[in-house]
Design a protein. Structure first.
Ligand code: MN3
Length: 213
């Protein structure tokens, strides 16, 4: 059985940036449902015995045809929300060290980096999905993915910005940009830096090779 990460803060800890009702519904409603459905779908699939969620998502062609779409959607929901909730903190510090250097090299400044993430989330992405800060070939970039899909390519996933309406609609209604602005104030950059450091394990192609199912 795969388990959601334990929420690393209380439901109301992200107030006033993200309200308690949104965090609770998102974590204990949406995320819980992804977890339950994903577990039910992979149960009894021999090819995925002992295989971790990320590797499963990178090897969907090994899933039985009638379960493939469900595993992609619910497994993606399970995995992406673990990354998302882990990426937030009420006590965020600014990026430092190598991460800071890479942000400045690619975007010029943290502000510009967040601007590009915001543009991707509110202009480039249409409908439900994510804007991501990723690393590729030692450089940072911003990409989008639709639904609960992982962004494709040889990428290290650093930071998911959940742009499904359930992530903000209770409080922000149609003010998508407000949510993105508030999100950017509570990013756990230490977690992002750790993902950058661990890089290879989160690279889509590398995961495909490692799993070699
Ligand atoms: Mn969500």
């Amino acid at each position: 059985m795969f388990e959601r990460i334990k929420l690393p803060y209380a439901y109301d800890a992200l107030e006033p940036h993200i309200d308690a009702a949104t965090v609770e519904t998102h974590y204990n409603g949406h995320h819980k449902t992804y977890e339950e459905k994903f577990n039910k779908l992979v149960e009894g699939v021999d090819a995925f015995k002992g295989v971790q969620p990320y590797e499963i998502l990178c090897n969907l062609d090994k899933a039985p045809a009638d379960k493939r779409e469900g595993i992609k959607n619910n497994g993606g929901g399970f995995y992406n929300h673990n990354l998302y909730f882990e990426s937030l903190t009420p006590n965020g510090k600014k990026p430092s060290g190598k991460l800071k250097e890479m942000i400045e090299a690619r975007f010029g400044s943290l502000e510009k980096c967040l601007e590009e993430l915001s543009t991707a989330a509110t202009d480039k992405l249409f409908g439900s999905g994510y804007a991501w800060l990723v690393a590729k070939d030692g450089k940072l970039d911003v990409v989008i993915s639709r639904n609960q899909d992982l962004p494709d390519g040889n990428l290290t996933l650093l930071l998911p910005l959940d742009m499904w309406e359930h992530a903000y609609y209770l409080k922000q209604k149609n003010k998508k940009k407000n949510y993105v602005d508030e999100f950017s104030k509570i990013i756990n950059w230490e977690v992002v830096a750790k993902r950058l450091e661990d890089g290879a394990a989160r690279t889509v192609k590398a995961a495909r090779k490692e799993a070699a199912l």
